[in-house]
Design a protein around this ligand. Structure first.
Ligand SMILES: Nc1ncnc2c1ncn2[C@@H]1O[C@H](COP(=O)(O)OP(=O)(O)OP(=O)(O)O)[C@@H](O)[C@H]1O
Length: 635
């Protein structure tokens, strides 16, 4: 099978010798077991004829010997098998580590956690490796399916989507392609990679499973089966033929059936597992950000939906495994009965029980084949990763890295904000006698702060580092608990995040696409809205790169691009009180001027509070507030 052909490329010559040795021990173990069953059965049958004890002496000794050998050989086989496989794993881990180390972090064009760069097996030609399971960029073209994948339309529902380079909706390796953006298993455009490290680790560990539960048992079963058919056939040709037929069903047809039935499901499971991990990472890393934008319930729903989908797929796969394994388990007893009926005389029980014992060697292959389908994708990804390192063509089809071109002065279209959250009208914010003390801190970070910000006013907050500026924004947004005082002016019965929000100091960039990072899975935004927000934030060049993955916490973006992406998120649906913590951080002065001007223009008549360290910004504000040592003064 291709799985086993694939694994040979991961195993060195030394390991092959050890594996063959383990396999031979396995064959010897099974033969000892079959010998034990055959001899014991013969002895029982013969004993029924009440022969002299001497006639059974050899058989008695043989039974003892087979029993002892079987136990000892089983132990030696496990030892040799695990030793060989663990050595393979150790070597593989070193090679995978070397492959990863050769790429990261210097090579920003290849990111192991990123489907856009790295896609799956069958794609080594282009040097792409998919470590995530699902691939397929949203697009309108129907997806292409490689041999073990499932594809759906570019846009639709169900399935998992990713981001590919050259073929929309395309599926590589063990991925399932579905919609670019939809309400099924996939989350919007492209997908995050989830916890890539854990996937690399589990992909490499899959080799252990393939060798110990797939390759070795299959080889042992083949040798034992052929040997048993030859041996039984030599004694009784009809029994040999029945045994051969039974072994064909249990050892080849049912495993093949299990593989075929589970192949599609395995691909979907791998994709769904990647989705679940991605959701977990998103929610854990981005909980503050999701809460600030009211996107947490959606993100949790999405995670739950993905979890449910994975559970359903796994349940289905378990049913396939159980049915195939159950049918296979019927083969040995049926074989025994068949041989007993086909063969007469005293040889019948011996041959029947030998067939039973041989059948037991083959039975596990059917369930193993179901599991091997899942592992196949993992092997493909490891192989492709190693191929990259080995100097195979490593052209990156879909690098997100772009030069930082922050200067968009004058090129930005007239700003125009969505007004979904602006329906509460203009808001006057009054911070009244607020003191904040962080848990475990002796000192208050803000002490008796009063600040009145009339509706539509633009206020700059300045002060030295650590003075409490970000904390002041958090107070207004309701993100920190105040020890004393209150923040007034917000409409009753409305969550604070709907009225006051923006870019905070701890803003998180999700390992997702540009589109997802701006829209944050909120409803009601189309591509044009996202493009407008990007443009307002000084990032218009990303308007036609909405599907680009930005890397872990925006690793593929420059500091300035990252900040503007966060600004775009805030501007997409700006609340009546727009809070921006150093929105132009990381930009050169000219670009910072342009971005701030555009953002303020985009804010319209909203109340705006901006934390800044830039003296040059201050002229753009109605008021300047200075925070020093937790107290407020005029700037
Ligand atoms: N979550 C927290 N827990 C404990 N202490 C915190 C926390 N967040 C901030 N602080 C402390 O509160 C003080 C004010 O932090 P804050 O981030 O508000 O300052 P800042 O003026 O925005 O600084 P900067 O200009 O460097 O961003 C600092 O001493 C900081 O260490």
């Amino acid at each position: 099978m291709t799985t086993y052909a694939g694994v040979s490329r991961l195993v060195g010559a030394g390991a092959v010798v050890r594996l063959v040795f383990a396999g031979l021990l396995g064959v010897a173990t099974e033969l000892a077991g079959i010998g034990l069953v055959g001899t014991a059965t013969w002895m029982i049958v013969r004993a029924a004829e009440q022969p002299p004890l001497a006639a059974l002496a050899v058989a008695i000794a043989a039974v003892r010997a087979f029993a002892l050998f079987k136990g000892g050989l089983r132990y030696a086989e496990r030892l040799a098998g695990h030793d060989a496989v663990l050595r393979v794993l150790a070597d593989l881990r070193t090679r995978v580590f070397a492959a990863l180390a050769a790429r990261a972090p210097g090579d920003r064009s290849v990111n192991v956690g990123d489907k856009s760069d790295i896609s799956g097996h069958g794609n080594e030609r282009s040097g792409r490796v998919d470590l995530g399971g699902a691939a397929g960029r949203s697009g309108d073209a129907p997806g292409r399916v490689d041999d073990d994948g499932a594809a759906g339309p570019g846009r639709g529902d169900g399935g998992a989507a990713g981001s590919g380079g050259d073929a929309p909706g395309r599926l590589d390796g063990d991925g399932a392609a579905g919609p670019g953006r939809g309400d099924g298993g996939a989350a919007g455009r492209g997908r995050a990679g989830g916890d890539v490290l854990s996937r690399v680790v589990s992909d490499v560990d899959a080799v252990q499973d393939v060798l110990l539960r797939g390759v070795l048992p299959a080889c042992v079963a083949a040798v034992v089966g052929i040997g048993a058919v030859a041996g039984v056939g030599a004694v009784e040709p009809l029994a040999g033929a029945v045994l051969a037929a039974g072994l064909l069903v249990a050892g080849i047809i049912l495993p093949w059936l299990g593989h075929v039935l589970s192949r599609r499901g395995s691909a979907a499971i791998a994709a769904a597992r990647g989705d679940v991990t991605a959701s977990a990472v998103d929610v854990v890393h981005g909980v503050a950000e999701l809460s600030a934008y009211g996107a947490l319930p959606r993100a949790l729903d999405r995670a739950a939906e993905r979890g449910g989908r994975l559970a359903r797929l796994e349940a289905r796969a378990a049913v396939v495994g159980a049915v195939v394994g159950g049918v296979a388990a019927l083969v040995p007893p049926l074989l025994a009965v068949g041989i007993a009926l086909a063969v007469g005389g005293s040889a019948a029980p011996v041959l029947a029980l030998i067939a039973l014992a041989v059948g037991e060697v083959v039975v596990p292959l059917a369930s193993a084949a179901v599991r091997q389908s899942e592992l196949r994708g993992a092997l493909a990804r490891v192989r492709a990763l190693l191929a990259l390192h080995a100097g195979s063509p490593s052209r990156v089809d879909h690098a997100v890295v772009v030069p930082d071109k922050p200067g968009q002065k004058g090129s930005v279209a007239a700003p125009q904000l969505h007004d979904q959250r602006g329906r509460w009208g203009r808001v006057r914010v009054r911070v009244v006698g607020v003191s904040v003390r962080y848990p475990g801190s002796a000192e208050c970070v803000l002490e008796g702060v009063d600040l009145d910000i009339p509706a539509g006013r633009r206020v700059a907050v300045v002060g030295s580092s650590g003075a409490g500026k970000s904390t002041l924004l958090d107070v207004i947004a309701g993100r920190v608990e105040v020890e004393r005082g209150a923040v007034e002016g917000f409409p009753d019965g409305v969550e604070r995040w709907r009225v006051a929000g923006g870019v905070f100091a701890d803003a998180h960039v999700f390992h997702a696409t540009v589109w997802e990072n701006v829209a944050l899975w909120r409803d009601g935004f189309d591509d044009d809205a996202v493009r407008r927000a990007l443009s307002d934030a000084g990032l218009p060049e990303y308007g036609d790169r909405l599907d680009d993955l930005v890397g872990e916490d925006g690793a593929k973006l420059s500091g300035g691009q990252r900040q503007r992406l966060l600004l775009a998120r805030a501007l997409l649906d700006a609340p009546p009180v727009l809070l921006l913590d150093e929105p132009t951080e990381g930009l050169d002065p000219a670009a910072a001027d342009a971005v701030l001007a555009t953002a303020l223009r985009a804010a319209g008549d909203r109340t705006v509070v901006v934390v800044t360290h830039r003296q040059a910004d201050l002229a753009r504000f109605d008021d300047v507030v200075r925070v020093e040592a937790g107290r407020l003064g005029r700037g």
